[in-house]
Design a protein around this ligand. Structure first.
Ligand SMILES: [Ca+2]
Ligand SMILES: [Ca+2]
Ligand SMILES: [Ca+2]
Ligand SMILES: [Ca+2]
Length: 294
């Protein structure tokens, strides 16, 4: 029974994280005051960072009781500036361990798939958070299709060393480990999770990154998803060169000239991004240029 409950919880939380993928830049506009909420959230997060510290003996955030160093002054805490739907947010990332320094892959991009373990809490209810508490088996997520605090937060960590035996469970050592502290605007916003909870809630996730897929190419056209970002704003979800409603990173024919991107590779090196055949437009790659069909 307990196992069944755990399993359903796991599915529930997985759905939570994925469901927010619908929260994309092409989504409908609402009248909610996102800027105002961002200010409210950042105030409460900063207050939280002043009143809590990271207890390294139990790898957990705890209220300050004596002279511990507050998170706000802890050098392991970094602040990321993240803009989503034209609102500026601050995402706080506590780096307990960056990851295995010998891993060649480096850091995942906001478009990669990651193998993670996590535990989520609501900032306002750190003392009685059982309802959101979950620590399950490592699970794969696509960073482009989860809450944005995850998408950006995981880019600060590296994976671990695969220590799996031949027939044993999949295990990793020394993967990235830390905490993501995010305003509601980078979590479930004013929409909430599937069950309607977590509306306007700032969230804390204890995370561990085991592995990720490097240079994820969702449409398999030879251009990694994170590079399918012609407007250069760091978000490939809002780029649709041919205006057909399908963003480039999942569009087989990005410029809509009926030649698949994969085939617009004049020099045949497998990379359509380095072919520039149009003398009138020498900086625009062929696969984004409907005037060139090759
Ligand atoms: Ca691609
Ligand atoms: Ca973009
Ligand atoms: Ca398109
Ligand atoms: Ca094309």
């Amino acid at each position: 029974m307990k196992k069944a409950l755990k399993f359903s919880l796991k599915l529930f939380f997985a759905t939570l994280l994925i469901s927010c993928g619908a929260n994309n830049p092409f989504g409908t506009v609402d009248n909610f005051d996102h800027e105002g909420q961002a200010l409210i959230d950042n105030d409460s997060i900063m207050s939280f960072l002043d009143k809590h510290y990271f207890d390294t003996t139990i790898d957990s955030i705890k209220p300050i009781t004596s002279n511990q160093t507050p998170l706000s002054q802890d050098p392991n805490l970094i602040t990321m500036d993240v803009t989503e739907s034209e609102v500026d947010y601050k995402l706080y990332v506590y780096k307990l361990r960056e990851g295995n320094p010998n891993i060649d892959k480096g850091f995942p991009t906001v478009m990669d798939s990651v193998l993670v373990q996590y535990q989520g809490f609501s900032l306002e209810r750190t003392d009685s958070l059982a309802e959101f508490e979950f620590r399950g088996s490592p699970i794969w997520f696509q960073l482009n299709a989860v809450i944005r605090g995850w998408s950006h937060g995981f880019t600060n960590f590296k994976g671990g060393n695969n220590t799996s035996g031949n027939n044993g469970p999949i295990t990793f050592a020394d993967g990235g480990k830390g905490v993501l502290i995010m305003p509601s605007g980078l979590a479930y916003r004013n929409v909430g999770s599937g069950s309607g909870s977590l509306i306007n809630r700032s969230l804390i996730f204890y995370i561990e990154l085991f592995d990720f897929i490097e240079g994820t190419d969702h449409d398999n056209d030879g251009v990694p998803s994170y590079l399918e970002d012609p407007d250069g704003d760091g978000d490939p979800r809002n780029d649709d060169t041919d205006g057909d409603g399908i963003p480039n990173y999942i569009d087989f024919d990005d410029d809509g000239d009926l030649v698949p991107t994969r085939d617009e590779d004049a020099n045949g090196d497998g990379n359509p991004a380095n072919d520039f055949s149009d003398p009138n437009n020498p900086t625009l790659p062929d696969y984004l240029n409907p005037a060139i069909r090759q």
